[in-house]
Design a binder for this molecule. Structure first.
Ligand code: ZN
Length: 188
């Protein structure tokens, strides 16, 4: 075994462990206090672009507050992502109520989440925007660990976890994934 010198600062190809709190419009919407610190490979778009670029050079123990504009967060709010659908197109067991979240699969097999925003006589308005689209994100982060990735992790462009449950949590924090495999999660 060679003596790997562990990285001292956040840089590309470094596995970062980070505590975070995400505040939107004054409300905490996500925090590693509830989940776990996130662990990810820096430089591969595993976290929000506007946050990823701000943590370069940070050392273990260092904290930072980062404001991320919508374009570098969950995207701008897109009014064309609000669509009307006929009520008759929905299965009967779906409650036609404002605020109800629907999971759908598009033609490419991608999972979409839509929220019912208005219920009419015959139609419902669905909003396909990410709930945080158009919002400014405020992150408070603290770097709690840095390590060299394994060769396999580097090759895959993502971190490998022992704990599957953690993987699930991790996926939720991921931004839209442009990976051809459909995400940064594991396909082994
Ligand atoms: Zn992998």
């Amino acid at each position: 075994m060679s003596e790997n010198i562990e990285p001292k600062i956040v840089a590309d190809d470094v596995v970062v462990t980070m505590e975070y709190t995400l505040t939107v419009e004054g409300e905490v919407v996500d925090s590693s206090e509830d989940n776990d610190p996130i662990e990810f490979l820096q430089g591969y778009g595993a976290i929000i672009p506007g946050l990823e670029k701000e943590i370069y050079g940070m050392a273990v123990g260092e904290s930072k507050s980062v404001n991320v504009n919508p374009a570098e967060g969950y995207g701008e709010f897109d009014s064309e992502a609000i669509v009307d659908m006929q009520k008759s197109e929905f299965p009967e067991d779906i409650p036609m109520k404002e605020g109800v979240e629907l999971q759908m699969i598009d033609e490419d097999g991608e999972e979409l989440v839509a929220v019912i925003v208005e219920v009419g006589d015959k139609t419902v308005k669905l909003d396909f925007n990410h709930p945080l689209a158009g919002k400014e994100l405020h992150f408070d982060v603290k770097i709690t660990g840095l390590r060299t990735p394994t060769e396999e992790e580097l090759e895959h462009g993502h971190v490998h976890f022992e704990d599957e449950e953690f993987d699930e949590e991790f996926d939720i924090d991921e931004d839209e994934d442009e990976d051809e495999n459909g995400g940064n999660n594991h396909h082994h």
